[in-house]
Design a protein around this ligand. Structure first.
Ligand code: ZN
Length: 136
């Protein structure tokens, strides 16, 4: 498959406000959007760094996947998201190469993107997201 760029890096945090302060006041980035994604039980904050983004993820429920991740591994890197031109084709290709998919079909993610995750069991422990801009 052909990856276009690292679309974003997802980081699990306990407290969005505390983390936003670090990214703004220490790293000098600007949070341009806070978005709640009901479907994934997360609240996200976005920052641009060149043509990549940082996506901070805070759980909005005590038993959401981000809450569980933090419980098990603490705060920190959660996933890497690559931009692809054709998400469905990329998923079929990964599947044909024996990669375990979390999402067999694209679903709606933050920022209006179509997204799908590859299972970390198949990706040496790195939760890998593929995302595509919706076609007009
Ligand atoms: Zn993501």
């Amino acid at each position: 498959m052909e990856l276009q760029n690292i679309e974003h890096i997802g980081i699990a945090v306990k407290d969005l406000q505390v983390s936003i302060k670090f990214y703004e006041e220490v790293l000098g980035l600007k949070c341009y959007k806070i978005e709640e994604i009901e479907d994934q039980q997360v609240k996200t904050a976005f920052f641009k760094v060149g043509n990549t983004k940082i996506e901070l993820l805070e759980s909005i429920t005590p038993d959401g996947s981000i809450a569980k991740h933090i419980e098990k591994r603490g705060e920190g890197l959660h996933h890497i998201a690559y931009a692809v031109d054709d998400l469905r084709a990329a998923l079929r290709e990964a599947e044909s190469k024996g990669i375990q998919l979390i999402d067999r079909e694209p679903r709606k993610g933050a920022e209006g993107l179509n997204i799908a995750f590859l299972h970390p069991k198949s990706t040496q422990g790195v939760l890998t997201e593929l995302c595509e801009k919706p076609k007009e």
